[in-house]
Design a binder for this molecule. Structure first.
Ligand SMILES: *Cc1c(COP(=O)(O)O)cnc(C)c1O
Length: 452
């Protein structure tokens, strides 16, 4: 989504915003066979995908992802905005391609993510912003050569290195200082980034010094300012608060130093509901509208280009991780469902005590329920998906879907316990395609040597 650019015209029509469902995973309606209903992604039976591709399996809905981008386009209509999707949330090439088709830009945090964007579409490089507290000289060189939109610089030392590399390459680096606005946002401590004691950004007081230095350099062009206060933030107010501080600095830079900031990068962080029926939960559209109201309100009077870096909000609810129950076992008073997916496939519960709603792939009306722990086979007590969860009685061979796993699921997966990583499938309407084949043990061993 890039409302200031001509290429919007080749953007596929946005799905009607009135029909925006929170999730694409719903049970089949109409007459159920033997009282059994199948869980679908769009119009595809997940049980069918399991038959074809096996488990563990990540499944995403292209429609849901398109709708999310459409919501931003709708909410920010009338102000020049580029949505730079945060690649780290889900970096699958087919998903990046889908977003590129909609005209989005990309927020990258490594040389690897740069290569992903390059593979998807070279022209998209002009809509890339490069974030991260630890950019290496090698990464900076590669990104300088790629002619991106903006470097989000996070320290004085990084600004020095960027200047040195740009001078060496005879280039001018477009720079934004990522400021740390010292704003508190209610979220998990591991994904809160906007307080002074966090490693991210530069405090407001030191930022103008960096702009002064950048303005004096022939190799640096201070054209932007960026802020990102954290992830999974469910209220709009902290975003407004951060941006009001940012705009103050922008005005100060213009009046005090004659530096004209053209880009305000508002970062990502818009949260989602991980609960199936959260009381009072806002629907995705209201969430984006509230966010946009806070952002637009805070930036009244700013005449430049707004950049947004959502990741989770765009892809989280489009995806689910499908797992099969291997064993049902009883230890004392506890019942465990041991699945073939594990923390190496989806680490959010172990890392952030995150809640993922769980739905069986087949639902029959008269299902008995029981309270169970859903766990993986990895040798860690932290390897669980749910604790003391009431679920319909599932037995070995049954499959379940861990919902809202489209963001920070596959992208945070690993090979711990020498487990090959899951396959990924993209569903659109009644069709589906494999967008990442299942890893093999041979893939895992390919980079290693066994020396005697
Ligand atoms: C991770 C990250 C994002 C995306 O955050 P979400 O919560 O997924 O929207 C955006 N910008 C920066 C700098 C990030 O580090």
């Amino acid at each position: 989504m890039s409302t200031s650019r001509k290429n919007v015209s080749r953007t596929k029509a946005f799905p009607s915003a009135n029909s925006v469902a929170t999730r694409p995973f719903v049970y089949s309606t109409g007459r159920a066979r033997n009282g059994v209903r199948d869980l679908l992604c769009d119009r595809v039976k997940l049980a069918r995908l399991v038959q074809e591709y096996g488990t563990p399996l990540y499944v995403y809905s292209a429609t849901n992802i398109r709708q999310r981008v459409g919501l931003f386009a709708e909410a920010f209509k009338g102000i020049p905005t580029t949505l730079c999707y945060s690649v780290k949330a889900n970096s699958n090439l087919s998903i990046l391609r889908l977003l590129n088709e909609m005209g989005t830009g990309f927020d990258i945090v490594s040389g690897g993510e740069l290569e992903r964007v390059r593979q998807v579409a070279r022209p998209a490089l002009r809509r890339v912003v490069f974030s991260g507290v630890g950019k290496t000289a090698g990464e900076i060189d590669a990104v300088l050569a790629a002619n991106i939109l903006l470097f989000n610089v996070e320290s004085a030392a990084e600004l020095d290195l960027l200047e040195q590399r740009a001078r060496h390459m005879r280039r001018v680096a477009p720079v934004a200082v990522r400021v740390n606005p010292d704003v508190f946002a209610e979220t998990h401590p591991y994904i809160s980034t906007g307080l002074r004691e966090h490693k991210f950004g530069v405090d407001m007081a030191s930022a103008s010094g960096l702009y002064r230095r950048a303005a004096r350099s022939k190799s640096l062009d201070p054209v932007g300012i960026s802020v990102h206060i954290g992830s999974q933030i469910r209220t709009a107010e902290p975003f407004g608060q951060a941006l009001r501080r940012v705009l103050e600095l922008v005005q100060e830079l213009r009046c005090g130093q004659g530096i004209d900031v053209q880009y305000i990068d508002a970062g990502g962080g818009v949260g989602i509901s991980y609960q199936l029926d959260e009381p009072g939960a806002s629907d995705p559209r209201s969430a984006v509208l509230a966010y946009a109201a806070a952002v637009r309100g805070a930036l009244t009077g700013f005449a430049g280009q707004l950049l947004l870096e959502p990741g989770r909000f765009v892809v989280a609810q489009a995806g689910a991780l499908i797992a099969q129950v291997l064993y049902r076992k009883q230890n004392g008073s506890k019942t465990f469902l041991v699945t073939d997916a594990a923390m190496n496939d989806l680490i959010r519960p172990a890392l952030y005590q995150a809640h993922h709603s769980i739905l069986p792939l087949r639902q029959s009306g008269g299902d008995q329920t029981s309270v169970v722990d859903v766990v993986g086979p990895v040798c860690e007590t932290g390897d669980f998906f749910a604790r003391d969860r009431e679920l319909p009685d599932l037995r070995a061979g049954d499959c379940l879907a861990l919902l809202d796993a489209g963001a920070y699921g596959m992208s945070l997966s690993s090979n711990y316990n020498s487990r090959p990583r899951a396959a990924e499938v993209l569903v659109e309407g009644a069709g589906h395609r494999l967008i990442r084949r299942r890893e093999t043990i041979r893939d895992l061993l390919a980079t290693e040597k066994s020396l005697l």
